[in-house]
Design a protein around this ligand. Structure first.
Ligand SMILES: *[C@@H]1O[C@H](CO)[C@@H](O)[C@H](O)[C@H]1NC(C)=O
Ligand SMILES: *[C@@H]1O[C@H](CO)[C@@H](O)[C@H](O)[C@H]1NC(C)=O
Ligand SMILES: *[C@@H]1O[C@H](CO)[C@@H](O)[C@H](O)[C@H]1NC(C)=O
Ligand SMILES: *[C@@H]1O[C@H](CO)[C@@H](O)[C@H](O)[C@H]1NC(C)=O
Ligand SMILES: [Zn+2]
Length: 309
């Protein structure tokens, strides 16, 4: 009898098997672990995403332009619905260096975050303003083989994510067209389809517009939210047509085929407290136009003086 009661007590004491993590939009309608219950480092204080208050960013001259290596390499890659987002795994010959990073990082994959409206969907916000979507290109230090190996190390910069805000525009983005058209072929979790040849440069803004970016140290924005990410959020957004943006929430589902349908909407995490962190901004292209008048005026005065002399 006693052993039966002990057994019963033990059984009751067992935590309920944790449901799989999910976004708030899913937690509202199904049983899963929403953001407030995410485990790992998710409740710590150097989390991502954050709001970027541009009046408080600190200009940092070490934040030089990036070198994008093989971002122009055209490849036929496949896109997968992983039940949280759509993801394209990248060839590890694609790399980044410069950009104030201490070493070269290699690309692993990119994915996106969105809503079913154009006024929200991004993870980072700028001065409290959300964008329609956000694209993340995930990189790890060149010496690592995969993300799990990078996450097993203790530094705060094992992973470098490049974040691109996405804004609606009246024009179709031809670089994204094939990807967007194929979303209908991967409605359910684990669905995968091949894309026509494309390069990352077909998707992101022109390199000369990528000199300006924000930099801070944060985390992955999904469990276990490890605080090992050096973040870059570019000032220049990507412009997609509103139909292209809305196709994500219309065509894609969190669930597997033959399970009850839950559209992927609002697969972004809310902004997290900045705490005592600082956000840096690169200066290229900002400093110069402002500096010109102050440099030019004395120069002209001098030349004029010499000339009139
Ligand atoms: C610029 O960033 C570097 C490297 O992260 C840091 O060591 C330095 O203190 C920063 N400088 C300023 C002026 O914030
Ligand atoms: C570069 O390395 C130094 C020394 O380990 C570290 O303090 C700094 O945060 C690193 N900077 C970046 C951008 O990872
Ligand atoms: C990641 O790379 C390490 C080291 O090469 C390897 O042992 C491990 O199995 C890899 N993990 C995955 C998930 O591929
Ligand atoms: C879903 O249901 C259809 C029709 O019953 C079946 O043909 C298909 O194999 C099922 N798919 C999966 C992934 O179970
Ligand atoms: Zn992301």
């Amino acid at each position: 009898m006693i052993s039966f009661l002990m057994l019963l007590a033990l059984t009751l004491a067992q935590p309920v098997a944790p449901a799989h993590w999910c976004y708030e939009s899913q937690a509202k309608i199904t049983s899963c672990t929403g953001p407030s219950q995410w485990t790992g480092n998710c409740q710590d204080n150097r989390q991502s995403p954050i709001n970027i208050d541009t009046t408080k960013t600190i200009l940092n001259s070490t934040l030089i332009p990036f070198q994008f290596i093989n971002y122009d390499q055209k490849k036929s890659l496949s896109i997968i619905n992983n039940g949280h987002t759509v993801e394209v795994q990248l060839d590890d010959t694609i790399r980044i260096s410069g950009g104030g990073l201490n070493e070269t990082y290699k690309a692993v994959a990119f994915h996106l975050h969105w809503s079913n409206s154009l006024d929200k969907g991004s993870e980072h916000t700028i001065n409290g303003k959300s964008y329609a979507m956000e694209m993340h290109i995930v990189h790890i230090k060149n010496k690592y083989h995969n993300v799990s190996e990078a996450l097993s190390e203790n530094g705060n910069d094992e992973i470098a994510v490049l974040g691109f805000l996405i804004k609606s525009s009246p024009q179709i983005h031809s670089g994204f067209a094939n990807l967007v058209e194929n979303l209908r072929n991967i409605p359910y979790q684990t669905n995968e389809v091949g894309l026509k040849e494309f390069s990352l440069f077909d998707l992101i803004p022109k390199v000369d517009k990528l000199k300006n970016y924000y930099r801070y140290w944060g985390s992955l924005t999904t469990p276990e939210c490890q605080e090992k990410v050096i973040w870059t959020v570019f000032h220049e957004p990507i412009h997609l047509h509103s139909d292209q943006i809305l196709e994500f929430s219309r065509m894609l589902y969190y669930n597997k085929e033959n399970e009850s349908k839950m559209p992927i909407i609002d697969n972004f995490r809310k902004t997290q407290p900045l705490g005592n962190r600082q956000i840096f901004t690169s200066g290229a292209g900002i400093l110069l136009p402002q500096a010109w008048p102050t440099l030019l005026a004395p120069l002209l005065t001098y030349l004029l003086a010499v000339f009139l002399d």
